[in-house]
Ligand binder design. Sequence first.
Ligand SMILES: NC(=O)c1ccc[n+]([C@@H]2O[C@H](COP(=O)([O-])OP(=O)(O)OC[C@H]3O[C@@H](n4cnc5c(N)ncnc54)[C@H](OP(=O)(O)O)[C@@H]3O)[C@@H](O)[C@H]2O)c1
Length: 241
Amino acid sequence: MADIAIVTGASGGIGAQIAKTIHAKSESQLKVCIHYNGNKTAAEGVRAEIPGSFLVQADLSTESGRKTLMDAVLAQGAPYVLVNNAGIDKPHEPALMVSEASYDKIMDTNLRGPLFLMRDFAKEMARNEAGVIVNVSSILARKAVVGSAVYRASKAALEALTLQFAHELGPRGLRVVAVAPGFIETAMTSAIPEEQRAGIKRDVALGGFGSPEAVAETVWHAIENQYMTGCVLPVDGGMSL
Ligand SMILES: NC(=O)c1ccc[n+]([C@@H]2O[C@H](COP(=O)([O-])OP(=O)(O)OC[C@H]3O[C@@H](n4cnc5c(N)ncnc54)[C@H](OP(=O)(O)O)[C@@H]3O)[C@@H](O)[C@H]2O)c1
């Protein structure tokens, strides 16, 4: 039986909450794989809160890192859920300052990683004709913020891949959905200066930053809803209006 839920970047703010929500909402039916890259302490904290879960360290921007994750998961059982959550938004570079080095770093992490994890995990899921992939995108796939050119491109491309994979994998019994958060209170957004935060909040219909819980609830909805595929679910407090 396929019963493993892999959450990449589960050492981070949103990923940790997704891992805990999957465990709680599935009533322990799904065994959670807590993936991390550099922050072992945070990942161990998440594991301590999720009975039966296991940790995997891997740099998912590399082919060898992705293989490490796949091998570790298959040693535990069959994958049913893959949440491609790991991602970076830095360096921030104005459009005319974009560098090839930051392009490689952001694209390798936010696009190459999720693409090849989808390809390889979907092959495993197809054996059981059941599985769900949730890709964590961003409101910035559709909204301009100075300094986010490559990040925006990476998330827009991830959304395109979501629709493409959903189209091709639906007949195999697999679903693929993207979730697009607005600004969420995590380490990724903690360094935004107060003046800029105030400007962002003015743009949000509901008036503030969102919580990792709001994103995790939406990811769970995508996992649970058996007639949902090939769409992008916004969780942005109305910032995209
Ligand atoms: N926070 C927001 O406002 C916001 C809004 C929209 C979308 N998002 C998206 O939500 C996702 C999670 O963001 P977050 O706010 O939770 O960020 P975060 O707290 O900074 O966490 C990022 C996670 O990604 C992992 N990661 C980074 N580079 C990696 C690599 N090369 N290989 C494997 N894992 C890597 C990190 O692992 P280690 O820490 O262990 O190295 C960490 O677990 C990202 O995809 C982000 O783009 C966030």
